[in-house]
Design a protein around this ligand. Structure first.
Ligand SMILES: [Zn+2]
Ligand SMILES: [Zn+2]
Length: 123
């Protein structure tokens, strides 16, 4: 019963917050809905949801904390090294790998986002 509630709240947070939040960020937002929720519960629920394929865990270069994403469609992640934002990037799938059965695809791209690029030109 409790697990269902926590899962619902986490799904709701990920639906509203498309910034690929970390467990700690999710925990801080979840506290507003469930006052006695603990960080370890959030970690446990997230781990369970990742294992069940309901959400995706991201590991961006240079970050110690995993991030979470509700978007299960194949997409790449672009991290702007200027503003730190992470963008969902559509790329052409499926990758044709003859003889290989693809179970998961993680594509991380690093650089400067379009907004920061514009600012750099202006500066
Ligand atoms: Zn940027
Ligand atoms: Zn994403």
């Amino acid at each position: 019963m409790r697990i269902t509630k926590q899962r619902e709240i986490i799904l709701q947070i990920l639906r509203e917050k498309r910034s690929h939040p970390t467990a700690l960020e999710i925990y801080n937002m979840a506290k507003e809905h469930i006052h006695d929720i603990s960080l370890s519960t959030v970690y446990r629920t997230l781990k369970d949801m990742v294992e069940k394929g309901e959400i995706v865990e991201l590991h961006m270069e240079g970050e110690t904390k995993a991030r979470y994403d509700l978007n299960l469609d194949n997409h790449a992640h672009f991290k702007c090294r200027h503003c730190g934002r992470i963008f969902d990037i559509e790329i052409m799938f499926p990758l044709k790998l003859i003889g290989f059965k693809v179970e998961r695809t993680d594509i991380y791209i690093y650089g400067i986002c379009s907004q920061c690029s514009k600012k750099e030109v202006l500066a």
